[in-house]
Write a protein that binds this ligand. Structure first.
Ligand code: SF4
Ligand SMILES: [Zn+2]
Ligand SMILES: [Zn+2]
Length: 300
């Protein structure tokens, strides 16, 4: 297969765009699209200090690589934050991979752990309990990232969520009938105590983040989290992958449909004013944040 833009051999077939791309044109296309998302959404104006969530997996590694490149001439600082949830046989390797990519790119790295922040490892939380690991993990990780970003004086938190993740999240919220949570996906305004989150890779398919790591010689641990298969997301991911194979472009249209709904909700849904948690001071919807509520449940 030959590249649609030159005569070199293509390494990627983008079924949703109909393009075949060689390595050079793939890299150019990837970086151009991420730079466009960052620019058009005002994600990283000059003077910002961005806390980049780097787990050591392919998405966050691709994020750090591409941001380092597209922000090279800009007055934007980056600091990497790696959250160690405490998942034996999985997280140690990815934390090491995160350390290595940060060292290679000369980016300062801060490692925060559930153990230090909350007094538990994720493995201890789920051990023998009827607990959904991803629910606990997601809540505590968000809280740990926000706390770390504030300590580091960051103005934004950038995460490596890709197009597949975003389309899955939209679909999961539809399936749960949780439209309020769905709309919170596109926050309307900044909230006190919450460092705004941005997702520069949200238009990039997962397969392409992995390819971008490969062509940049950043090989990441491909093993999956041992708890991943226990989540609703795993089923939604399989379903969306199957549909995408049959109808290329479905992920884009799922996200596009959500953007239209979010646009229509403008003015009718102004969002929730967050309060400060009575226990830890982190922003929350009710008087106690989700992390403190779950910690309380774990003590029972
Ligand atoms: S799969 Fe679930 S438990 Fe594993 S890292 Fe992701 S959110 Fe956490
Ligand atoms: Zn080419
Ligand atoms: Zn709290």
């Amino acid at each position: 297969m030959i590249c649609s833009r030159c005569s070199q051999r293509a390494i990627l077939s983008q079924r949703y765009s109909g393009l075949h791309l060689c390595q050079d044109h793939f890299v150019e296309d990837f970086e151009r699209r991420v730079a466009k998302t960052v620019r058009e959404n005002g994600m990283m104006p000059d003077g910002e200090r961005i806390a980049v969530a780097v787990s050591g997996g392919k998405d966050s590694t691709a994020l750090l690589l591409v941001l380092k490149k597209i922000l090279a001439d800009r007055d934007v600082e980056m600091v990497a934050v790696t959250v160690d949830e405490g998942i034996a046989g999985y997280r140690d390797d990815t934390v090491a991979a995160a350390r290595s990519i940060c060292e290679r790119l000369g980016v300062e790295q801060q490692i925060v752990s559930f153990q230090e922040e909350f007094g538990f490892k994720l493995d201890e939380i789920v051990d023998g309990k009827d607990a959904a690991p991803c629910t606990f993990c997601g809540v505590f990780r968000k809280s740990a990232l926000n706390r770390a970003a504030k300590r580091l004086g960051a103005t934004k938190v950038a995460t490596g969520h890709n197009l597949d993740d975003e389309a899955q999240s939209v679909m999961m919220n539809y399936l749960k009938g949780d439209i309020e949570r769905l709309l919170r996906f596109r926050p309307r305004r900044e909230q006190p105590g919450l460092v705004p989150r941005v997702k520069p890779l949200r238009d990039i398919p997962e397969k392409e983040t992995a390819l971008y790591c490969m062509v940049n010689a950043a090989f990441t641990e491909s093993r999956e989290c041992p708890y991943a298969q226990l989540s609703l997301r795993a089923d939604v991911r399989d379903m969306m992958n199957r549909i995408e194979r049959l109808f290329p472009g479905t992920r884009h249209s799922a996200l596009q449909g959500f953007e239209e709904i979010a646009e229509m909700a403008k003015g009718r849904w102004t969002g929730i004013d967050l309060e400060r948690c009575r226990r830890c001071g982190e922003p929350c919807v009710r008087d106690i944040c989700k992390a403190c509520e779950l910690l309380e449940r774990l003590k029972l």
